[in-house]
Design a protein around this ligand. Structure first.
Ligand code: MN
Length: 228
């Protein structure tokens, strides 16, 4: 029996390497989690506790699909990020037990309307329209922990048209994944299907239509998308 007054939205999911699908509930993102990127954004990397913002689940761009250049910006920035896929929920999770809540990992890009974000910062307004717009979250396939383990170090890099733009190491995260899960789970009850974008190394920059964007994280995989 279907009592919906309009069609319910389609389920959002991400392919898992080796088969099957990971259903997505929510997308959380952390700001400034690599010291060098915090510095390039004029913030002090030593002093700030992690802070979070969100994107809608249907902002994901999966399976190598093209990414449409968004409206209302002239400065669309790429931010390559390790993404954590939560498989087991919980509240007030300790860092020591946090990794047991992780199903797997993926390579993601936190696309940002940097001009709107700069304006929002200056006006002390929310970031939703600079961060959570349509197609703002390209993501590669999820690799399960059973295949990848928990990558705590390794190269994270992004190239545009085969030229290197961002390159860092997961070991340089100010808040590693266990501490990130601990902090976030004190703010919301995490549930299976939640994703956490864990911040970007330095080297962020602008994209234009036609750019071929390729992200890679050692042991996690590759993400490819074209901006159209
Ligand atoms: Mn980001």
């Amino acid at each position: 029996m279907n009592d919906y007054v309009i069609s319910p939205p389609p389920e959002v999911s991400i392919p898992v390497s080796g088969g099957k699908l990971f259903p997505v509930r929510r997308i959380f993102c952390v700001g400034r989690n690599y010291a060098a990127h915090a510095r390039e954004m004029c913030a002090n990397p030593d002093r700030e506790p992690p802070f979070f913002f969100t994107k809608p689940a249907d902002a994901l761009v999966t399976a190598g699909a093209d990414t449409p250049y968004p409206s209302a910006t002239g400065n669309l920035h790429h931010e390559i990020e390790l993404v954590v896929a939560i498989g087991q929920g919980g509240a007030d999770i300790s860092a020591g037990s946090a990794l047991a809540h992780v199903f797997g990992y993926a390579v993601g890009i936190d696309l940002t309307r940097r001009d709107l974000q700069d304006e929002a910062k200056a006006q002390r307004r929310p970031w939703d329209m600079s961060k959570g717009f349509d197609a703002s979250a390209p993501i590669g396939d999820i690799i399960p922990v059973s295949a990848a383990g928990h990558p705590a170090s390794g190269r994270i890099a992004l190239a545009v048209n085969h030229r290197l733009r961002q390159e860092g190491d997961l070991a340089d995260q100010i808040w590693p994944v266990p501490e990130m899960i601990e902090a976030l789970s004190c703010l919301v009850v995490l549930v299976p299907g939640d994703l956490i974008f864990t911040g970007t190394p330095d080297g962020v920059g602008a994209l234009v239509r036609g750019d071929f964007v390729e992200g890679e994280i050692d042991g996690v995989g590759v993400l490819q998308t074209r901006i159209v």
